[in-house]
Design a protein. Structure first.
Length: 404
């Protein structure tokens, strides 16, 4: 049936709430530790873990908005069968954006230079060469741009979802809302190019190591979040399909999503290697310091785990065509990719904040559980608000007969 309404299974609701409670208890314990402990390492760890998880889950949810926009502009019909999944994920960006924004702005306006070292006076010398950098890494610009970007992301994520739902009630064959959606999709891609594809990774993540920079870093961050976002979509597709929804989603659609997971794992690896190879070949101390602590220092384990989970596993497992149609296999790889890129963000942020005193304990795992529970709860509730398949989309017939 094309007009099925999603009802949240009791087990999914319980799981999401349990994970969310674990996260809240962990956060409460972390706040208590923060209040009663004056150790710099404990305070830095608290904020670094919140920063990592809030940015990671915001960006992988934002990937759904990009996927919706890109496929709309390409007039791709194959995605229509499960379009409500990325719509639901994209429409929660504003919630995750508020959380990430609150954490980031708190760090900025409390002068937490243990996270963002450039907040410390004199960290970036004032001279003609650093004039633009000092403007870019300043509280006013950082704060205003962060608020503007999160507001645009959240608004466009909700807007694209609302336009799609609005089209359900229009006369059959009407394309008025479809073309409005097309224009908003173009607007989002423009915003995306000025934010996640360029400035935001520089501000939120790369500025942690304020004396190090890479012209590939934004694309590297985009690739990491995109492939994780596509993997999250895959998990939701197969979960809902297993519970009797999305009957029109065939092995062809699963195969296509699997191809994106495979292809962007390779793309991420290409960017990872390009960034590393150029820095290794040039051997400039100001650049190699970034990889020294990760490749040869205390983060060596995460450095190699990152490569194994995000390159070796996807390429070896997903390369055969039948594996991209095997539900168990693609679920396994999707989980590995999401966890692998969570590790990727961990090793992006932790070396420049907590340094050699890294930990992977109750606080890291508890906060991760909290964000996972929050995302599950928000997406599941959003899926209940509209039919699982768009009713009057111009490409509905095309997606039903889709053959990859």
């Amino acid at each position: 049936m094309l007009n099925q309404e999603f009802k949240i299974p009791a087990k999914l609701k319980t799981t999401s709430l349990v994970l969310l409670v674990i996260g809240l208890i962990t956060l409460g314990a972390g706040v208590a530790t923060l209040l009663f402990s004056h150790e710099v390492v404990s305070q830095t760890r608290f904020w670094a873990v919140l920063l990592q998880n809030s940015i990671f889950f915001l960006l992988i949810s934002l990937a759904s908005v990009f996927i919706l926009s890109a496929t709309s502009l390409a007039q791709a019909g194959w995605i229509v069968s499960f379009r409500r999944i990325p719509e639901a994920i994209g429409s929660i960006v504003w919630v995750l954006g508020i959380i990430a924004g609150a954490i980031i702005l708190t760090l900025i306006w409390t002068d937490n230079y243990h996270i963002y070292h450039w907040l410390e006076k004199g960290n970036i010398p004032h001279n003609s060469l650093n004039t633009l950098k000092n403007f870019f890494l300043s509280k006013p610009f950082f704060s205003i741009w962060t608020v503007v970007v999160i507001a645009l992301w959240g608004w466009l994520g909700v807007k694209l979802r609302n336009l799609s739902v609005q089209q359900d009630s229009e006369p059959k064959g009407s394309t008025k809302t479809y073309w409005i959606n097309f224009k908003y999709s173009a607007g989002f891609v423009f915003v995306f190019a000025l934010t996640l594809a360029s400035t935001i990774p520089w501000l939120w993540i790369m500025s942690i190591d304020s004396h190090w920079f890479s012209t590939m870093f934004s694309w590297y961050t985009f690739a990491s979040s995109f492939v994780s976002g596509m993997s999250m979509i895959m998990l939701w597709i197969l979960y809902t399909k297993r519970h009797g929804y999305l009957d029109i989603v065939s092995d062809e659609h699963i195969h296509d999503v699997g191809k994106f997971m495979f292809a962007f794992s390779i793309f991420w690896t290409y960017l990872w290697f390009s960034q590393f190879m150029l820095i290794w070949y040039a051997n400039i101390p100001e650049e190699t310091i970034y990889f020294k602590i990760r490749m040869h220092g205390p983060y060596k384990f995460f450095y190699w785990l990152n490569i194994i989970l995000n390159f070796v596993c996807p390429i070896l497992i997903l390369m055969p065509r039948p594996n991209k149609r095997n539900y168990f296999v693609v679920v396994l790889v999707a989980v590995l990719i999401i966890f692998g890129h969570w590790i990727d963000f961990y090793q992006m942020i932790m070396p420049g904040t907590v340094g050699a005193d890294w930990q992977m304990g109750w606080f890291e795992i508890g906060i991760l559980c909290g964000f996972v529970g929050l995302v599950i709860w928000l997406v599941a509730n959003k899926l209940t608000k509209a039919p699982m398949v768009p009713q009057n989309h111009p490409f509905l017939k095309e997606t039903i007969i889709h053959i990859s």
